[in-house]
Design a protein around this ligand. Structure first.
Ligand code: TRP
Length: 352
């Protein structure tokens, strides 16, 4: 079986360090391994519009931002096809056929959709397009015959639903789709990074993000203001590591070699945590340590971004070219779908 990777992000803002550890790091690893037949990354503008119908400019303007974030983080456009969702109209047509295979009650049970409805305060005025975005996401994934979908854990219900749609289609009309697998980060601490305020998830709307494009002083300031343990007032107080944002980030980003470089008096993260729990270790010290680690990761990304920003036209051209390629690939799948469904009306023409 071919190994086809597909993933994507909604262009509603710049990517942050939660995206980085949650999914970009895995994409970079897959890219480096080179063990795949095709690798697509989709900028999901159509999906972003499902809850931004009145804010098209935001979505439109963030397409290039997300593309620059990918490239500056190290995604190589020679290996990975980065494209814009709306430039593949076949996805919308597939969505129409898939909609008939999903019940409303099944959509209502999708945990990610439920969370988002609460978060967006839709109450009972939920746009139909929003409610159906898991079906359109299934089209994104299945259109390219994807077998691997690198994502953060909030996307697991989407992939489960995609698998169900693929199974139902195959059972109803005949075998067309392979069942895709999610790929989560190995390190549990990376699957869902908390916000700098200790909020459950780093998210633009909560204003608790460290963005890949943030200038170094901004990154430092956000770390210095991050939520730690409100009862750890004096350095000598014992501190809590659980729920402490600085330690959550260290769990996600800190490698053993960082100690030799930035904090040689400790051997490991466990030793640092033990000292913090006992008391005698101040927040400033752990924050500066985290700052050193993050600056080292973010600085090259920021520098590449500044270079890329000088030639935005070239990036748009790449996206548009890739849109055509992606559209061709999706058209082939759509043809197979229609064939399986018996929607091949050309047979009604009397042969000459
Ligand atoms: N739902 C994803 C997000 O909110 C974006 C997305 C759209 C996606 N289509 C996809 C992710 C297909 C993986 C595969 O970030």
């Amino acid at each position: 079986m071919e190994k086809i990777i597909l993933t994507g992000d909604r262009p509603t803002g710049n990517l942050h360090i939660g995206h980085f550890v949650g999914s970009i790091a895995n994409r970079l690893r897959l890219q480096k391994d080179g063990n795949f037949d095709k690798f697509y990354i989709m900028i999901a503008d159509t999906q972003a519009l499902t809850d931004n119908a009145d804010n098209v400019d935001k979505v439109k303007n963030n397409i290039i931002q997300v593309a620059i974030d990918y490239l500056s983080a190290g995604i190589d456009p020679n290996k990975v096809t980065i494209f814009i969702q709306s430039q593949v109209p076949q996805l919308a047509e597939m969505t129409m056929y898939f909609m008939n295979l999903v019940t409303l009650s099944r959509l209502n049970r999708n945990p990610t959709v439920k969370d988002e409805i609460k978060l967006r305060g839709f109450a009972s005025s939920i746009p139909v397009g929003f409610m159906c975005y898991p079906i359109s996401q299934a089209a994104d994934i299945l259109a390219f015959g994807s077998t691997i979908v690198p994502v953060g854990d909030d996307q697991l219900p989407m992939i489960e639903q995609t698998r169900e749609i693929a199974r139902t289609f195959n059972n109803t009309y005949g075998e067309v789709f392979a069942l895709p697998q999610p790929l989560l980060p190995d390190n549990k601490a990376c699957t869902r990074l908390v916000g700098t305020d200790g909020g459950l998830k780093m998210s633009k709307s909560a204003g608790n993000c460290i963005f890949l494009k943030d200038e170094s002083e901004v990154v430092k300031q956000k770390i210095m203001n991050a939520y730690t343990d409100p009862n750890h007032i004096k350095v000598s107080d014992p501190g809590r590591v659980e729920g402490n944002v600085v330690f959550s980030y260290l769990d996600a980003f800190c490698q053993k070699e960082h100690f030799a470089r930035f904090l040689p008096e400790y051997e490991s993260l466990d030793a640092l945590k033990n000292h913090y729990r006992q008391g005698g270790l101040g927040d400033v010290k752990i924050k500066l340590f985290l700052n050193n680690i993050l600056q080292e990761i973010l600085q090259p990304i920021r520098e590449r971004r500044k270079e890329l920003e000088k030639n935005v036209d070239k990036i748009y051209e790449m996206l548009f070219e890739n849109g055509k390629k992606a559209s061709q690939a999706a058209a082939e799948t759509l043809e197979k779908m229609k064939e399986a469904m018996g929607l091949n009306y050309s047979k009604f023409l009397s042969k000459k």
